[in-house]
Design a protein around this ligand. Structure first.
Ligand code: PLP
Length: 373
């Protein structure tokens, strides 16, 4: 088995052209403006709104995705409510609910997309439910039509954790067009990043005023503070990073698509590995290929593969394992989601990032196959 000389990490952040970044820094120096809704933050919000086919009044940026979620939930008035979500996600989804005083209620996922299932979510709806927070896991879209119907039928808000889904389109529409609100994480591990950052895109433009207040302590002027806000503003340095990465977004998605295709080709003759192609989830999908998850036969095989790949200097992630319902704050939901448990025990995400060559991706896949033989 080939041992790679340099470690192959599951992801690496994209670094924009340094000269172009320096020019941006010069602009910041000239502006003498570092935070509090500066010109670069405003420019990034305008560009994102245009890209997503919405208005700047329906987009807000934040210091990170987690605080964006918290402020989104707070703005939606979810304090004291039950909110249905998935255990197959990153902890931030549930933490953000808990931290604003809502109770996450865990429902099972769909075995094909790995996203929360509308039918399973519906089983958990009670008079205390005020929202559902499905997650577009790995950028795979949830059943957005199913959630729209459920939201209307039960009178609950649909707020997507779209942390992984930047650039995904359904029927030519940006994925943020679905639901009442969507949150995108701009963490450096993501396809498109701003060093740290988060974005909320929402249907009701009236919410923006409230969000803008809450992300700046809810301070209105020198003598008025109208709510319990926090400091969640994006700063100018992060906005610059966001603008630089955004300027090459097509290149970032295309490179991941190439890596995805290389894995797909390499696993075509390997029935032991299920490599989901997001494009097969629905005919009208434009995927972003943000992650490359595989499923293997069972838990023991996954654990063995994970360990042996490490010996070869290939660092995969058991993403998402354990389930949130295995963690102390959410243990009350343990064993309530058998499909999520099964997938969490069999999944492994393979390296993918801008700069990973197609040849290396093929070698990684061949190493996986050799280990499984
Ligand atoms: C599904 C999901 N939700 C929320 C977050 C939180 O985003 P951030 O790291 O920008 O706070 C992440 C981040 O990795 C995530 O993967």
């Amino acid at each position: 088995m080939k041992k790679f000389t340099d470690p192959i990490l599951v992801t690496r952040p994209y670094f924009p052209d340094l000269e172009s970044f320096k020019r941006g820094l010069e602009e910041i120096w000239q502006n003498k403006w570092l935070s509090n809704n500066g010109p670069l933050v405003q420019r990034l919000e305008a560009k994102l709104a245009e890209y997503m086919g919405t208005r700047i009044s329906n987009v807000s940026t934040f210091v990170n995705g987690t605080l964006a979620l918290e402020i989104g939930f707070q703005t939606m008035g979810l304090f004291g409510a039950d909110v249905i979500t998935t255990p197959f996600t990153f902890v931030a989804t549930a933490h953000a609910l808990k931290r604003i005083g809502a109770t996450p209620v865990f429902a099972d996922i769909d075995a094909k997309s790995f996203c929360l299932s509308p039918a399973e979510a519906e089983k958990h709806i009670t008079h205390r439910t005020r929202a559902i927070v499905p997650v577009h896991v790995y950028g795979h879209p949830c059943d957005v039509e199913g959630f729209e119907r459920l939201g209307r039928k039960c009178g609950v808000k649909i707020i997507y954790d779209a942390a992984h889904a930047f650039g995904v389109k359904i029927g030519g529409k940006d994925i943020s067009a679905f639901g009442d609100m969507s949150m995108f994480s701009l963490h450096p591990t993501k396809l498109f990043h701003s060093a740290e950052g988060g974005v909320l895109v929402f249907k009701d433009a009236k919410l923006q005023r409230k969000m803008t207040q809450l992300r700046n302590f809810a301070i209105m002027d020198e003598v008025r503070c109208i709510d319990v806000g926090t400091n969640a503003k994006m700063n100018e340095m992060c906005a610059l990073m966001g603008l630089e990465c955004f300027s090459v977004i097509d290149k970032l998605i295309a490179s991941r698509a190439e890596i995805h295709a290389a894995y797909e080709k390499a696993f075509a003759d390997c029935p032991e590995v299920y490599f989901p192609d997001p494009a097969t989830l629905r005919g009208d999908l434009t995927p972003n290929y943000a992650y490359c998850p595989i499923l293997v036969k069972d838990f023991d095989t996954r654990e063995m593969l994970y360990a042996k790949l490490k010996e070869c200097n290939i660092f995969t992630r058991r993403y998402f394992y354990p389930l949130l319902t295995d963690f102390d704050p959410y243990i009350y939901g343990k064993d309530s989601c058998p499909v999520a448990r099964e997938i969490a025990g069999r999944v492994l995400t393979l390296p993918t990032y801008y700069g990973l060559s197609v040849d290396t991706a093929t070698e990684i896949a061949e190493t996986v196959k050799e280990i499984l033989r």
